[in-house]
Design a protein around this ligand. Sequence first.
Ligand code: ZN
Length: 145
Amino acid sequence: MTMAHKLIEKETVKLGSIYQGSTTLICPRCGGEYLHQRTVRIFYREEDDEMTATTTVREGLSATHLRPSAEVGNPSVRRDGMAIAFFCEGCSDKYDERTHLELTVAQHKGVSMLGWRYFVEVPDESGVRPTTVVIQSKNRQNPLT
Ligand SMILES: [Zn+2]
């Protein structure tokens, strides 16, 4: 059976235990508490603006780009937002960002709403079998001949 990825968006954030006086986050996918902060994205736009300034902070470096609002992944439907990516020791691959989770903050009608978004694997029911494409170059020599 082939597997596909389904995007899950949860509008609630569960908190975990108290650790050294602070509250921990709970992974919404596996329930684990060992989450590690990775990439942070900050989305800035005036209400319903067609363009959004997105600042990405990753591994100590930052970059800001102005892009169409529909394409940036802002968790806010109409205003500012923020997304903090985490990898979870229980269910993520540290080096595969597709397995990471995002804690989101969406500004909406004067309040800031927290949520999670992440992918889960589900059976692929499309009926489409994965194909392998082999590309051969005419100029490349076969090392076995
Ligand atoms: Zn997890």
